[in-house]
Each structure stands twice: as C-alpha cells, then as structure tokens.
Design a binder for this molecule. Structure first.
Ligand code: ZN
Length: 149
C-alpha cells in the first residue's frame, strides 16, 4: 500500500470516529447485542431492524478507541439494506482481510478496505472486529454479552 493511500485511509477512519454514522440507540429494534473488548476497553451496542431476510436499519452506540468506533460506523454504513446472507458474506470477507497473510491480495470490500492496515497490528484486529461479532450475536438473537476474549 502506498504512503498516500495509507494516509487517505487514516483520514477516513478519523472522520468516521469523529462523526460516526448511524450512531444512536434504536427503540424499535428487532434485536440488539452488546459487545466488549477487554483488551482495549471498547464497548458497543449494535441495534438491528430486519424485515424478512433484509436488514432495513442498523445503528450502534458505544465508546472506545478510534478503530472500534470507526469500524462500527463503517459497518452500519455498509450493511444497511443488505440481505442477511450478504451481511454474513461481507463479515467473512472482512475477517479474511484482517487475518490473512499480509502478502495476500486484499478482497474487494469497498470502503471497508480502509481498515486493512489494521492487519499489521494483531492486537487491534479485535477492536476492528468487535462491531461485527456483536452484530453476529444480534442476528442470532443471543442474549449474551459478546467478549472478544
Ligand atoms: Zn480498541
């Protein structure tokens, strides 16, 4: 990745951290789940509204490091309107992007690609995936608090 691209990606992460998208509680959510990353102290609640097999609305509240908040913001921005099948496929590709060998070419993930740099920092991968694991719990309607540990 070129230096220029890296800086651009950082700008986007900083922007999503400062002005998170879909950052609010949802009173009429179909389901919700709480996530906690004890390594960093990141906390998230993800709210989900589904109709049939489609995610019609998604939002989150939480606090934590810039990576965890930007990742949650980008996730909600990306997944709104997608089918649950598409959500699962995106999660799989996102997870591969963050855990694959750094020499491997990146999967195409549109704006989520801005978080690819995280894979060079294994401790931060949990920050970036917290929102997704929490979303997964909300989809399964698991009444537990997700912990990355
Ligand atoms: Zn974090």
């Amino acid at each position: 990745m070129s230096q220029e691209l890296r800086e651009l990606y950082q700008e986007i992460i900083i922007d999503h951290n400062r002005n998170p998208r879909n950052h609010h509680a949802m009173e009429d959510a179909s389901s919700q789940a709480n996530g906690f990353n004890p390594l960093c102290g990141d906390k998230l609640t993800v709210y989900l509204k589904t109709e049939g097999d489609r995610v019609t609305d998604i939002s989150f509240v939480g606090c934590g490091c810039a990576i965890s908040q930007a990742s949650a913001s980008l996730m909600t921005d990306t997944l709104k309107g997608k089918t649950i099948q598409e959500v699962r496929e995106t999660f799989e590709r996102f997870h591969t992007m963050l855990t694959a060998d750094t020499n491997e070419p990146l999967p195409t993930l549109d704006k989520l690609t801005v978080l690819a740099g995280v894979r060079a920092y294994p401790a931060r991968v949990k920050c970036a995936t917290l929102a997704w694991h929490t979303l997964d719990a909300a989809l399964k309607k698991e009444p537990v608090v997700v912990s990355t540990e």
